[in-house]
Design a protein around this ligand. Structure first.
Ligand code: PHE
Length: 340
């Protein structure tokens, strides 16, 4: 019996060496110390021993039981410690590691200027409105007093969807929508995309951006127009730039003007960029709203007058940041965009 007990002890010692989970350990405990375990089995033989041998063997058996129990407990503690350590390791956060560089974007210069303009006009009491990019020929041309033979109606200049719908060639149809909806008096602006069948060059693109403005009220004059536009351009460019109003023709305004500002490259001296004129490319068209346009929208042109303007946002951005090539605004090249 002594041999059996010693063999059992050795067997368990060897098994304990390779146990590596709490579950395996529990199986061992049941297998050796449990009610149907190996130790219990051996001890069943105690009855066959002589009365002298019995207490001796009982002592050895108890020692071995203690030995087995304490070894299993020890192993259990080791396994639990290892599991805990593993957990700590896997959840460990090194707060001293330098943080990853997270790039934070910013508004595209076009949107930045668009929002700046909307903000300026909002502060001057204008409504900021939206209009659709697909327009009716009626809103884009007819109601804006555009003669049937005006070249801008041509299919080589404007993108037609069908006979009565186009990609709007300017933001002026939003004037029509606004006057029909709100009547007079009215102060509104509307910015967005416009489309013309233009070849791409440094200052032209088939898709570009405008902000339209309209003021209709009693006693509105050219003085109001000039004061408003000069105020906005000054806010955008600073005081150093002058404006120039050149007579022009638009079907929907009379009289009409095109407006330039001082060339920012030479500050008016004359350089290659401004064709030695000292003035920037035309930035906006404007004028006093044609009475026919007011009447077309149900506004009494005897009582009300108005002014309107359409600014090229892309060109404003180019002048503001000294950008010589319009294409850069649409390329989405981060090397260019991160400069702003
Ligand atoms: N719609 C004109 C253009 O695109 C600009 C303009 C708007 C002129 C309003 C006068 C009044 O060129």
């Amino acid at each position: 019996m002594l041999e059996l007990l010693l063999a059992l002890r050795e067997e368990l010692e060897n098994k304990l060496k390779v146990v590596d989970s709490l579950q395996q350990l529990e199986e061992l405990r049941v297998g050796y110390l449990g009610k149907k375990g190996k130790l219990t089995d051996i001890l069943k033989g105690m009855g066959k021993l002589s009365p002298e041998e019995r207490p001796k063997m009982g002592k050895v058996a108890n020692e071995i039981r203690d030995f087995l129990e304490s070894n299993i407990d020890e192993k259990m503690a080791l396994l639990k410690a290892a599991i805990k350590e593993q957990k700590i390791k896997s959840e460990y956060v090194d707060v001293t590691i330098p943080k990853k560089h997270i790039e934070i974007g910013h508004l595209h210069p076009l949107n930045e200027t668009k929002r700046q303009l909307e903000e300026l006009f909002l502060n001057m009491g204008f409504k900021v409105l939206d209009g659709p990019e697909i327009e009716t020929v009626e809103n884009n041309f007819d109601l804006l007093n555009t003669p049937d033979d005006h070249p801008s109606r041509d299919r080589s200049d404007t993108f037609y969807i069908d006979d009565s719908h186009i990609l709007r060639s300017h933001t002026s149809p939003v004037q029509i929508r606004a006057m029909k909806k709100y009547g007079a008096p009215l102060k509104m602006v509307s910015a967005g995309r416009t489309f013309r069948n233009d070849e791409v060059d440094d200052t032209h693109s088939p898709m570009f951006h405008q902000i339209e403005g309209l003021v209709v009220d009693e006693n509105i004059s050219i003085a109001n127009l000039k004061a408003t536009i000069d105020t906005v351009l000054e806010a955008l460019f600073g005081e150093k730039l002058n404006t120039r109003y050149r007579p022009h023709y638009f079907p929907f305004t009379e009289p009409s003007f095109e407006v330039d500002v001082t060339c920012t490259k030479c500050m008016g001296k004359g350089c290659d960029a401004c064709n030695h004129t000292g003035w920037s490319m035309e930035l906006l068209g404007c004028g006093m709203v044609h009475p026919n346009v007011l009447e077309n929208c149900g506004i009494d042109s005897e009582k009300y007058t108005g002014f309107a303007f359409g600014m090229g946002i892309d060109r404003l951005v180019m002048v503001k940041h000294g950008i010589g090539n319009l294409r850069l605004l649409f390329d989405n090249d981060k090397r260019f965009l991160t400069q702003f």
